[in-house]
Structures are given as C-alpha cells and as structure tokens.
Design a protein around this ligand. Structure first.
Ligand SMILES: *Cc1c(COP(=O)(O)O)cnc(C)c1O
Length: 419
C-alpha cells in the first residue's frame, strides 16, 4: 500500500498534488511519501517481531537520501552500508555506529580503517583476504573488529541475472564448501572477533523457496561451526524481498517472509540480522516527469519524456517495468513507446505500453521508483542530477537539490598546457 492516489482527478502524494511540486521544483523530480516509508518500516519490523532477537539494517544503497535515513533511524533501523560514503551518510543521519553493518566485496584499506575508527557494529567479510587485512588494521589501532563471514550458498534466487548474488559463479562471499575452514582461520586472528555468518542471494525475489533453501544451508554451516567449538551468535540473512512493480502483481508479504524465516531458523538461538532495501522504499517513491513531445512512430507513437535513463536506470539496466500514469488522467488510453531524450536506444522506459493518453506538456509519474532510483542517477549527456522531495501530509520539502550542469562544469579544469 502507498499514498500516491488520485484526489479530484489529480495524482497526489499524500495530500500534496504532484503538479504543485512540479511547478515549484521542475521536472524530473523524485517524490517520496513519509507516511508510506513509515508504514513499510513498521510493517516489516512488526512482521519480524515473531522472531526472538532481531536487528534490522536498512540497505542504504537502495535509497541513501539523508532524510530517508533519518526517518528509518527514528524507526529503530540500523544501516547496511557498502562504502565509506554510505557509512558517513548513516552516521550523519544519527544512526549509532554499532547498528551499522559494513558489507561489500571491495572495501578498501582506508574504508576498513574508517569503519574500525567509527566503531562499526559488524563487518561482513567477503573473503579470507579481506578478513586478514581487517584484523591487521584493527590490531594496529589496538581495536577488535566484529565480523561475520559472507557465504555464497550457491542457490538460484530466481530473479534477474544482474541482481542475482548467491550463485557459485557470482563474486560475492566465500564458497560454501570452504566457509568453515576460512571462518576457523579468521577466528584466531588478533584484532578480529568472528561472531557469525551472512548471506544475501539477490534482489527483487518473489519466491520464498530459494531463501528458505539458502537459510537451511546456512543453518547447517552454523551447526558445523558450533560442533567445532566456535561461537556463532549472529546470523545475517540479508535482504532481497521483492515488491510489486505492476498493478495487480502479488509478492510474498513481510509476514509470509517472517513465517518462512521462523521455520527455517527454529532453534538457532542467535540474533537474526536483516538488510532490507527495496521492500522498505520501493513503493514509497515516484519519479515525476513531463511529456516533452509525442512523436509519430511506425506502429505506436513515441512519448518522449524529460526523465531519462540517467535519472532512472532500472529499465535500461534490468529491463525493469515501472508503471506510468498521468498526473491528470482523462480516462482516455493510448498504446505508446515511452522514451527519454538520451542518445542511447536503451533510454527506453516501455515499448507498446497501454497508458493514459498524454499530450506534450502533461505530467506523469513512473511509480515504484523509491528504490534504486535517485541513488543510481548520474549526469550522462550533461544533464542535471535529479532532485528529491519528501511529502508529509500537506507539507513537503526538497530533500536533495537538483545539481545543475553548471555546477558540474565548474568542477572541471583545463590544464594550462592546453590553453
Ligand atoms: C543490495 C543488498 C541488500 C538489499 O537488497 P534489497 O533487494 O534491496 O532488499 C542487502 N544486503 C546486501 C549485502 C546487498 O548488497
């Protein structure tokens, strides 16, 4: 459920008509609903409350906006970060360092050191090599880094290949069959305290069975380690729960997910950690765009909008679907191709799509744009970096400015030997 609904024929975010935001801020612009974010955060947290001991770390990469992190921190969420930049955001939002999990396959030495100095709650190690480096960095500072070992369980998540992470050939984690041996080697190192295992098999997962299979394998590994005398107090089960992108699509609910987890982890006697991203923020945002032109096509017209693949990359990257709806729908429908202005064929949002009839100058939105939307934006074709707005009932605020091409140009230099 979200709070983007038609009121008096105009699409609103909560109580704010989207045309008012477009008039004030311009387009394209991301708009988030505070009520939706809060609702999703609470639904997920409440669903997991059937489990004995839980820590939830929001996957910052899905939406790193400072205001979003502030809201989630207030709801008791920690953060799952994958770079020093994301760590700095979570800390700037007031999240306690101890509630932050540092993930990522390529943490650099300086990033590991920054994490140790900040007192990060848990490093999720992606390799034996990384563990050895982290131990040395912590020991040199007289500190002990707390860590879990990310394991690649070799299961098929059943999602798009580019967002699958748990197959043996993917770059993430250590191979399942070598995990116990690597855990044992890292556990003895000065500067490192190994407390658990981590797994994350992919994103936009719509079937709970691959997750259940992965958690089952992790449980066996945990029992194996305990039998060898190691302490395993934390099991990080990652994120990945999918959300509906098309009207009428249905996905497992947070309570279906929690029930599956409860079954799969029965008797584990650990703190379970979760790293949800998309399920919290996906349906809490839309990308508002204006129709630039409607161009005649061979079979269908091209609706050229002012948003592009640099603002919302998912369709170009993953062939993702985003519902497209008019801000002032007339009831009339057309079949059209929806494209952005960028000089790439992949700058295509939809082909032969049945949509609200729109005219040049009309406003429309791409729905379900709160996750992996603004966070992936770039300035390709020397376009602006897209701004973000948060709505709270009848008030709203710009929570990220539009960065104009002139600002980016001002950071570039021509060396005097070219002048
Ligand atoms: C991206 C990522 C997540 C979040 O995935 P969602 O599908 O957005 O829930 C969680 N954990 C790790 C390690 C990730 O890389």
């Amino acid at each position: 459920m979200d709070h983007f609904t038609l009121k008096n024929g105009v699409l609103h975010a909560e109580d704010v008509p989207l045309d008012a935001i477009a008039a004030a801020v311009g387009t394209p612009v991301y708009v988030y609903s505070r009520a939706t974010l809060t609702r999703h955060a609470r639904v997920f947290r409440d669903a997991l409350s059937i489990l004995p001991s839980v820590h939830i770390a929001f996957a910052v990469k899905s939406n790193p906006n400072l205001a979003v992190l502030k809201l989630l921190g207030r709801e008791g969420y920690g953060a799952d970060v994958v770079s020093a930049g994301e760590m700095a955001r979570a800390l700037a939002a007031g999240m306690p360092a101890g509630d932050i999990v540092f993930s990522g396959v390529g943490k650099t030495g300086p990033e590991l050191a920054a994490g140790v100095e900040a007192g990060i709650g848990q490093f999720n190690l992606e390799s034996e090599e990384e563990g050895i480096e982290l131990a040395a960095i912590a020991a040199a500072r007289g500190a002990t880094a707390t860590a879990a070992l990310r394991v690649n369980p070799d299961v098929e998540a059943g999602t798009h290949a580019k967002i699958s992470t748990g197959k043996a050939e993917n770059k993430f984690g250590v191979p399942y069959d070598r995990a116990a041996e690597i855990f044992a080697r890292l556990d003895g190192l000065e500067g490192l305290s190994m407390r658990g295992l981590a797994v994350h098999i992919g994103s936009q997962i719509g079937n709970l069975e691959p997750l259940r299979a992965a958690f089952g394998k992790m449980g066996e590994l945990m029992r194996d380690l305990r039998a060898q005398g190691f302490t395993v107090s934390h099991m990080d089960l990652g994120g990945g729960l999918g959300v509906p992108y098309r009207e009428g699509e249905s996905f497992p609910s947070p309570s279906d997910y929690a029930a599956m987890v409860a079954g799969a982890t029965q008797g584990w006697d650990v703190t379970l950690m979760f790293e949800p991203g998309r399920v919290i923020v996906g349906n809490a945002g839309v990308l508002v765009t204006q129709v630039v032109r409607v161009k005649r096509g061979i079979e269908h017209p091209f609706v050229v909008v002012d948003a592009a693949m640099n603002d919302l990359a998912r369709p170009a990257l993953y062939d993702a679907w985003h519902d497209f709806v008019a801000v002032h729908p007339t009831g009339e429908r057309i079949t059209a191709n929806i494209v952005g202005p960028i000089c790439e064929t992949s700058d295509t949002f939809a082909m032969a799509r049945d949509i609200d009839a729109v005219q040049p100058g009309d406003l429309a939105v791409f729905r379900t744009a709160g996750a992996y939307g603004a966070t992936m934006a770039n300035t390709y074709n020397s376009r602006s970096l897209v701004p973000e707005v948060m709505v709270d009932q009848d008030r709203w605020a710009v929570v990220a400015d539009r960065i104009e091409p002139a600002t980016i140009l001002a950071a570039e230099r021509v060396p005097d030997w070219l002048d």
